[in-house]
Design a protein around this ligand. Structure first.
Ligand code: PLP
Length: 396
């Protein structure tokens, strides 16, 4: 699953290139940098992989989401529809934009249910932000159709799904912008990093400016001569982080191949367990295969199996319903509006009471789900042992 499992000489080489020049900054220093533009090279490669027209690399996936929302013109007073199963960064980014996160249901894709969006649309709804969770896709074409029909902006949180596709098209390219994370545990890592892809030259330009204090990057060698068309912030990535990521991105095909092979071995072995059903993946060929997710018939049985897997040495199997970071139920800081200072989104006159948000049908999907991380480093023996552990866990 995470790229850190396969660090090697390539990462060392690219980082060495940067250290030799001493230029850790992604912009300028043309003479000193000896031709090394790691962030820019990463962006070019990300465009090749996703076939997006533009890519911008920044400090984190969270920064990528915040930048994408800003660049798409989403801000104070707007409502953004998100899902209750994601990493907390999704709602943080909406709040950072001054916009209001509105929760809607997931379906058995573990992602936003296009059939339920209508229920939560108001005149303030500006955007829909589906999250392609655990390496695979939402019913993204249907979500896209809904957004088009209602004149809503679609931004995709594909932070966990680099390399995944739907109908041959990269996740992150269906909306106005798509976001990736390259943090320490993602499919490809920069240590810390994030990326935005878009087919819109205008959105790209705003991302490029917003993430670097509004710099238009047109001043030539003198950064001080740049103009500042918009107010931005600093979400830049360093060349060191970009260098690690560039080496990793070049290994994406290899990563996907191993993940798919390992996932297939486990999934095939579990196919005959009658009480198990698998997550619905709209386009199985496009699954990046970072996780194998399955459902048990009831919440009690799912909890029992999660425990039995652990007891049988089958590690890395999160039970998301009780997870602190990935499901609404345990987001007590949001529900209690615990924050260090007043947030701008509190100025909205119709802020939902998050402590009262109930999504029973989503609960009933997540509380029966168990995911299994698919690792790159598994040997054939590891996989055989794992399958044995799974079989033991289900006996009884
Ligand atoms: C990891 C992640 C993020 C945030 O990325 P960071 O790089 O850690 O800031 C956002 N959304 C989802 C779904 C993620 O998994």
């Amino acid at each position: 699953m995470p790229g850190f499992e396969i660090f090697g000489d390539e990462e060392r080489k690219h980082v060495g290139d940067v250290l030799e020049t001493g230029v850790l900054f992604r912009y300028g220093f043309e003479q000193a940098r000896n031709g090394h533009f790691k962030a820019a090279e990463f962006e070019k490669k990300l465009c090749e992989i996703t076939k997006a027209n533009h890519a911008h690399l920044c400090a984190s996936g969270t920064a990528a989401l915040a930048t994408a929302l800003a660049a798409c013109g989403i801000g104070a007073g707007d409502e953004v529809i998100i899902q209750p199963f994601t990493f907390v960064a999704t709602f943080e980014a909406v709040i950072m934009a001054g916009a209001v996160p509105i929760f809607s249901h997931i379906d058995e894709t573990l992602c936003l249910d296009p059939d339920r969006l209508e229920d939560v649309v108001t005149e303030k709804t500006r955007a829909v932000l589906p999250v392609h969770m655990c390496g695979a896709m939402a019913r993204i074409n249907e979500i896209k159709n809904f957004c088009d029909k209602r004149g809503l902006i679609l931004v995709e949180d594909a932070c966990q799904s680099l390399g995944a596709t739907f109908g041959g098209r990269a996740l992150g390219t269906f909306g106005k912008a798509g976001c990736f994370s390259f943090d320490a545990v993602k499919t490809v890592t920069c240590g810390e990093g994030g990326g935005i892809i878009t087919n819109s030259a205008q959105v790209y330009e705003k991302c490029d400016q917003y993430a670097d204090h509004g710099h238009d990057h047109l001043g030539g060698a003198d950064r001080g001569a740049d103009d500042h068309p918009i107010i931005g912030t600093n979400f830049r990535i360093s060349e060191l982080n970009a260098a690690v990521g560039l080496a990793q991105l070049n290994k994406l095909d290899q990563i996907l191949e191993i993940q798919r092979k390992n996932k297939m071995a486990i999934k095939n072995a579990m196919a005959d367990i009658s009480e198990v059903t698998f997550r619905y993946i709209p386009d199985p060929l496009g699954d990046s295969a970072t996780f194998l997710t399955f459902f048990l018939p009831t919440q009690d049985r799912a909890k029992e199996i999660a425990k039995r897997l652990s007891d049988n040495g089958v590690t890395g199997c999160p039970y998301w319903y009780d997870n602190n970071w990935h499901y609404l139920k345990e987001w007590h800081h949001l529900k209690g509006m615990k924050r260090s200072a007043r947030l701008s989104f509190e100025l909205n006159d119709q802020l939902p009471d998050y402590s009262k948000v109930v999504l029973e049908e989503s609960d009933n999907i997540i509380n029966r789900a168990i995911s299994m991380q698919i690792m790159l480093s598994w040997t054939k023996e590891d996989i055989e042992k794992r399958i044995q552990g799974i079989m033991n866990a289900f006996k009884g």
